[in-house]
Design a protein around this ligand. Structure first.
Ligand code: S3P
Length: 172
């Protein structure tokens, strides 16, 4: 099967990491976290990559990481929220897998992330207006690549996973 990967995409704080871990357990699939590969390859945290080298440099590492797992099969891939901002990433995901978009309201994202400081893009912009604005800017990019879309507001991680599985069964 060519399209054997499940990619989770969506804005920061929608639950990609937690959902991918649980989905991997339920489906007995290995889980790959693109941000983790970036951090391992560069031996730096995402925050330090942004502060020392800037976003473009991070985006190059992100594309490298996404490309590097093309040989892996039957994996669940959790991506960073900005993965859709590069066309090359969109092409890879479309070619290699089923793309699941997780959504949440700006208020939900804010409540989940307000006490964290690991997302450089939000560090000086941790407010609902900025989150809502950036979500709006990325909306079309997410929608263009998604095969399935799931709302995560007020749902448990497992509820989201079983909804994904139900929807996957309809299209695989
Ligand atoms: C980013 C999202 C982050 C991380 C980086 C940039 C973004 O990942 O890749 O801070 O541009 O939306 P998460 O979506 O896992 O927080």
């Amino acid at each position: 099967m060519k399209k054997n990967k499940i990619y989770l995409i969506g804005f920061m704080g929608v639950g990609k990491t937690s959902v991918s871990k649980e989905l991997g357990k339920i489906l007995n699939r290995l889980v790959i976290e693109i941000d983790e590969i970036v951090e391992m390859n560069s031996n730096m945290s995402i925050s330090n990559i942004f502060s020392e080298f800037g976003e473009d440099y991070f985006r190059n590492l992100e594309t490298e990481a996404l490309s590097s797992i093309q040989g892996d099969t039957n994996v669940v891939v959790s991506t960073g929220g900005g993965i859709v901002t590069r066309e090359v990433n969109v092409d890879i995901m479309k070619k290699e897998g089923i793309v699941v978009l997780l959504n949440a309201k700006p208020e939900t994202v804010y409540n989940r992330l307000k006490d964290t400081n690991t997302r450089p893009i939000l560090n000086n912009n941790m407010n609902i207006e900025f989150i809502s604005d950036l979500m709006g800017k990325r909306e079309d990019l997410y929608n263009r690549v998604k095969d399935i879309e799931i709302e995560t507001d007020n749902k448990t991680i497992r509820e989201v996973c079983f909804e994904i599985i139900d929807r996957l069964e309809l299209i695989i």
